[in-house]
Design a protein around this ligand. Structure first.
Ligand code: SAH
Ligand code: MG
Length: 198
Protein backbone atom coordinates (compact mmCIF):
# COMPACT_ATOMS: atom_id res chain seq x y z
CA UNK A 1 0.00 0.00 0.00
CA UNK A 2 1.45 3.32 -1.06
CA UNK A 3 1.45 6.09 1.51
CA UNK A 4 1.61 9.81 1.07
CA UNK A 5 5.05 10.52 2.58
CA UNK A 6 4.62 14.26 2.73
CA UNK A 7 1.26 14.04 4.39
CA UNK A 8 2.46 11.50 6.97
CA UNK A 9 5.55 13.58 7.75
CA UNK A 10 3.39 16.66 8.15
CA UNK A 11 1.19 14.76 10.60
CA UNK A 12 4.20 13.70 12.68
CA UNK A 13 5.36 17.32 12.80
CA UNK A 14 1.89 18.45 13.86
CA UNK A 15 1.79 15.85 16.61
CA UNK A 16 5.21 17.05 17.81
CA UNK A 17 3.99 20.63 17.90
CA UNK A 18 0.82 19.76 19.79
CA UNK A 19 2.56 17.56 22.33
CA UNK A 20 5.68 19.68 22.77
CA UNK A 21 8.03 17.04 21.40
CA UNK A 22 11.34 18.70 20.46
CA UNK A 23 11.97 17.07 17.08
CA UNK A 24 14.80 18.29 14.87
CA UNK A 25 14.13 21.39 12.85
CA UNK A 26 14.26 21.52 9.06
CA UNK A 27 17.79 22.93 8.86
CA UNK A 28 19.23 20.29 11.21
CA UNK A 29 17.50 17.42 9.39
CA UNK A 30 18.82 18.72 6.10
CA UNK A 31 22.37 18.81 7.49
CA UNK A 32 22.05 15.31 8.94
CA UNK A 33 20.56 13.65 5.87
CA UNK A 34 23.05 15.37 3.55
CA UNK A 35 25.89 14.17 5.79
CA UNK A 36 24.57 10.57 5.71
CA UNK A 37 24.34 10.64 1.93
CA UNK A 38 27.75 12.24 1.43
CA UNK A 39 29.60 9.85 3.76
CA UNK A 40 27.68 6.76 2.61
CA UNK A 41 26.58 5.99 6.12
CA UNK A 42 24.78 2.65 6.49
CA UNK A 43 24.49 1.80 10.18
CA UNK A 44 23.23 4.47 12.51
CA UNK A 45 22.67 4.58 16.25
CA UNK A 46 20.36 7.33 17.44
CA UNK A 47 20.05 8.29 21.09
CA UNK A 48 16.67 9.99 21.62
CA UNK A 49 13.98 8.66 19.27
CA UNK A 50 11.13 10.81 20.54
CA UNK A 51 8.31 9.90 18.10
CA UNK A 52 10.58 8.62 15.35
CA UNK A 53 10.77 11.67 13.11
CA UNK A 54 14.56 11.95 12.69
CA UNK A 55 14.95 8.14 12.57
CA UNK A 56 12.45 8.01 9.69
CA UNK A 57 14.14 10.91 7.89
CA UNK A 58 17.53 9.19 8.18
CA UNK A 59 16.16 5.83 7.03
CA UNK A 60 14.55 7.48 4.01
CA UNK A 61 17.92 8.72 2.71
CA UNK A 62 18.36 5.35 1.02
CA UNK A 63 17.28 1.75 1.28
CA UNK A 64 20.56 0.32 2.61
CA UNK A 65 20.39 2.33 5.78
CA UNK A 66 19.62 0.76 9.13
CA UNK A 67 18.84 2.84 12.22
CA UNK A 68 18.89 1.60 15.81
CA UNK A 69 17.25 4.15 18.07
CA UNK A 70 16.78 4.43 21.83
CA UNK A 71 13.96 6.10 23.78
CA UNK A 72 13.14 5.90 27.48
CA UNK A 73 9.77 7.64 27.49
CA UNK A 74 7.03 5.05 26.97
CA UNK A 75 4.42 7.29 25.40
CA UNK A 76 6.89 8.60 22.83
CA UNK A 77 8.32 5.15 22.19
CA UNK A 78 4.83 3.81 21.45
CA UNK A 79 4.10 6.73 19.14
CA UNK A 80 7.40 6.02 17.35
CA UNK A 81 6.44 2.36 16.92
CA UNK A 82 3.20 3.47 15.24
CA UNK A 83 4.90 6.02 13.00
CA UNK A 84 7.60 3.64 11.85
CA UNK A 85 4.99 1.02 10.94
CA UNK A 86 3.09 3.62 8.94
CA UNK A 87 6.18 4.18 6.83
CA UNK A 88 6.77 0.43 6.51
CA UNK A 89 10.25 0.93 8.01
CA UNK A 90 10.05 -1.63 10.82
CA UNK A 91 12.72 -3.77 9.12
CA UNK A 92 15.17 -0.91 8.87
CA UNK A 93 14.54 0.89 12.15
CA UNK A 94 15.10 -0.98 15.40
CA UNK A 95 13.43 0.71 18.36
CA UNK A 96 14.79 0.15 21.85
CA UNK A 97 12.66 1.20 24.80
CA UNK A 98 15.56 1.72 27.22
CA UNK A 99 17.59 4.28 29.13
CA UNK A 100 20.57 5.13 26.95
CA UNK A 101 22.79 5.65 29.98
CA UNK A 102 22.36 2.03 31.01
CA UNK A 103 21.90 -0.04 27.87
CA UNK A 104 24.96 -1.85 26.53
CA UNK A 105 25.16 -2.60 22.82
CA UNK A 106 27.43 -4.91 20.82
CA UNK A 107 26.91 -3.65 17.27
CA UNK A 108 29.23 -1.32 15.42
CA UNK A 109 27.92 1.83 13.77
CA UNK A 110 29.15 4.26 11.12
CA UNK A 111 27.34 7.12 12.80
CA UNK A 112 26.08 7.80 16.30
CA UNK A 113 23.59 10.65 16.59
CA UNK A 114 23.15 12.11 20.08
CA UNK A 115 19.83 13.94 20.45
CA UNK A 116 18.53 13.03 23.91
CA UNK A 117 19.13 14.76 27.26
CA UNK A 118 21.51 17.66 26.63
CA UNK A 119 23.07 17.42 30.11
CA UNK A 120 24.03 13.78 29.62
CA UNK A 121 25.98 13.89 26.39
CA UNK A 122 29.32 13.02 27.99
CA UNK A 123 27.73 9.90 29.52
CA UNK A 124 26.14 8.91 26.19
CA UNK A 125 29.38 9.55 24.33
CA UNK A 126 31.34 7.39 26.75
CA UNK A 127 28.74 4.63 26.76
CA UNK A 128 28.67 4.28 22.97
CA UNK A 129 32.09 5.30 21.63
CA UNK A 130 33.15 1.63 21.70
CA UNK A 131 30.29 0.97 19.28
CA UNK A 132 31.69 3.35 16.71
CA UNK A 133 33.66 2.00 13.77
CA UNK A 134 37.08 3.40 13.03
CA UNK A 135 36.65 6.63 11.08
CA UNK A 136 33.03 6.75 12.22
CA UNK A 137 31.25 9.88 13.38
CA UNK A 138 29.40 11.09 16.42
CA UNK A 139 27.00 13.93 15.66
CA UNK A 140 25.45 15.92 18.51
CA UNK A 141 22.45 18.24 18.29
CA UNK A 142 21.61 21.26 20.47
CA UNK A 143 25.23 22.34 21.03
CA UNK A 144 24.26 26.01 21.23
CA UNK A 145 21.05 25.57 23.15
CA UNK A 146 19.26 28.68 21.91
CA UNK A 147 22.44 30.74 22.20
CA UNK A 148 22.81 30.13 25.95
CA UNK A 149 26.27 28.59 25.58
CA UNK A 150 27.58 32.03 24.69
CA UNK A 151 26.15 33.60 27.85
CA UNK A 152 28.27 33.80 31.02
CA UNK A 153 27.03 31.37 33.68
CA UNK A 154 26.81 34.13 36.32
CA UNK A 155 24.37 35.98 34.09
CA UNK A 156 21.87 33.13 34.04
CA UNK A 157 19.31 33.62 36.81
CA UNK A 158 17.63 30.22 36.98
CA UNK A 159 19.68 27.60 38.76
CA UNK A 160 18.34 24.72 36.66
CA UNK A 161 19.07 26.52 33.44
CA UNK A 162 22.53 27.50 34.69
CA UNK A 163 23.31 23.86 35.50
CA UNK A 164 22.10 22.72 32.10
CA UNK A 165 24.17 25.36 30.29
CA UNK A 166 27.20 24.40 32.40
CA UNK A 167 26.80 20.77 31.29
CA UNK A 168 26.58 21.76 27.64
CA UNK A 169 29.72 23.89 27.99
CA UNK A 170 31.47 20.95 29.68
CA UNK A 171 30.54 18.70 26.78
CA UNK A 172 31.93 21.31 24.40
CA UNK A 173 35.26 21.27 26.25
CA UNK A 174 35.18 17.46 26.48
CA UNK A 175 34.94 17.29 22.68
CA UNK A 176 37.63 19.89 22.07
CA UNK A 177 40.06 18.12 24.40
CA UNK A 178 39.30 14.58 23.23
CA UNK A 179 42.43 13.17 21.56
CA UNK A 180 40.62 10.30 19.89
CA UNK A 181 38.28 12.51 17.91
CA UNK A 182 38.45 15.62 15.76
CA UNK A 183 35.38 17.76 16.30
CA UNK A 184 33.92 20.53 14.16
CA UNK A 185 31.10 22.76 15.32
CA UNK A 186 28.45 24.00 12.91
CA UNK A 187 26.05 26.89 13.54
CA UNK A 188 23.21 24.93 12.00
CA UNK A 189 19.79 24.86 13.67
CA UNK A 190 20.41 24.71 17.42
CA UNK A 191 24.13 23.99 16.90
CA UNK A 192 25.53 20.70 15.62
CA UNK A 193 28.92 19.10 16.27
CA UNK A 194 30.54 16.43 14.17
CA UNK A 195 33.24 14.34 15.87
CA UNK A 196 35.30 12.06 13.65
CA UNK A 197 37.07 9.11 15.24
CA UNK A 198 40.77 9.16 14.37
N1 SAH B 1 15.67 12.78 17.61
C1 SAH B 1 14.27 13.16 17.75
C2 SAH B 1 14.04 14.11 18.90
C3 SAH B 1 14.51 13.59 20.23
S1 SAH B 1 13.94 14.58 21.58
C4 SAH B 1 13.81 13.82 16.45
O1 SAH B 1 14.48 14.78 16.01
O2 SAH B 1 12.81 13.41 15.89
C5 SAH B 1 14.87 13.86 22.86
C6 SAH B 1 14.33 12.52 23.35
O3 SAH B 1 15.35 11.90 24.13
C7 SAH B 1 13.12 12.65 24.27
O4 SAH B 1 12.03 11.97 23.72
C8 SAH B 1 13.58 12.01 25.58
O5 SAH B 1 12.57 11.23 26.22
C9 SAH B 1 14.73 11.13 25.13
N2 SAH B 1 15.72 10.84 26.18
C10 SAH B 1 16.27 11.72 27.06
N3 SAH B 1 17.14 11.08 27.86
C11 SAH B 1 17.17 9.78 27.48
C12 SAH B 1 17.86 8.64 27.93
N4 SAH B 1 18.74 8.68 28.96
N5 SAH B 1 17.65 7.46 27.31
C13 SAH B 1 16.77 7.38 26.28
N6 SAH B 1 16.08 8.43 25.81
C14 SAH B 1 16.27 9.62 26.39
MG1 MG C 1 17.54 17.99 19.44
Amino acid sequence: MAIDLHKELRMIKEYAQEHNVPIMQEEGIKFLTTFILKHQIKNILEVGTAIGYSAIMMALVNEDIHVTTIERDEERYLEAVKNIKKFGLQNRITLLFKDAKEIKLDEQFDLIFLDAAKAQNIAFFQNFEKNLKKEGYIITDNMNFHGYVNVKLEEIQSKNLRNLVRKIKEYHTFLEENDHFITEFYPVGDGISVSEKK
